[in-house]
Design a binder for this molecule. Sequence first.
Ligand code: SF4
Length: 352
Amino acid sequence: MPKNLFGYTLPALTEEMVSLGESKYRSKQLFSWIYQKRVFDFDAMTDISKSFREVLKRDYCLDLPKIVTKQESEDGTVKLLLEMEDGAKVETVLMPYDYGDSICVSSQVGCNMGCRFCASGILKKDRNLTAAEIMGQVMVMNGILAPLGRTITHVVVMGTGEPFDNYDNVISFVKTVNEQFGLAVGARHITVSTCGLCPGIRKYGKEGLQINLAISLHAPNDEVRKQIMPVSGAYPMPELMDAIREYQKDAGRRVTFEYIMLKGLNDSLAQANELADLIHDNEIFAYVNLIPYNEVKEKPYKRTEYPAIKAFSDVLMKRGINSTVRKEFGGDIDAACGQLRVKYVKGGNHAS
Ligand code: SF4
């Protein structure tokens, strides 16, 4: 079975090339062809000897996922349903911000974390995505952007799946995104988002990466969090705060708390104050990203209206905690993460 070069970090590929008797420089040449020149045909890699190109053609590949459906919103959002070699399907979304093109990639096929508000988790995890399959999502989206003279400038691992439940593949992927001979996306423009797997948070802090960490908190206490996030049973709030403190000590970086505003559940001003207390009492250096909820047909949760979100944000700001309300994208397509795949897999009207 040919090995997919999109799954290698530069050091791993260098090691592999050296083991084949090639020079160390070979891996940089290959990275430059695939990530900088976007050339995926070994025969076109003219500075590599013909005989070694034959080896590459025999033992390696540069396969990318296939586009099953493509939805485009009036605001420029592009949502793709992609099919992997074994038929597994995942969603990938492009969000065009003023500051650049941001992609949200999936890290698993389905998800086992069971967050009650989430469309992605309706379909349980089939398997982890490989590093090559996660990178494939970016390469396919860059293929759509290239003719427009654009390229992905920001990457968030926040699509379907829990990144720290697929730790090694996700870390390998973000390293290649950040690698100067790879996609060369700045570390501060890359974010990994976890629902709160404490061992992963602690390990991530020790990687020596400058890549951002976001934590899906969605509640100011365990009582509310347990209602919507089963992971809080395994990792309750005190342990989560402890893991984040350890991360901050090791990485020296601010974290982002993601907080989906659910009407009548976690959106009161008293809860805003409770959230501020939680952050201050635990001495966490955090920024809070308030997220308007995209209602999902299969779920009972309702969206908090904008003025109430603003009031919640004002409380946090008054308490010295930076907070913003996340810009919404793709309101005219299947906006909630995972909706497109759920529709497709369950046989709905996916190709709208
Ligand atoms: S919110 Fe994320 S972690 Fe939770 S079920 Fe959905 S995909 Fe999984």
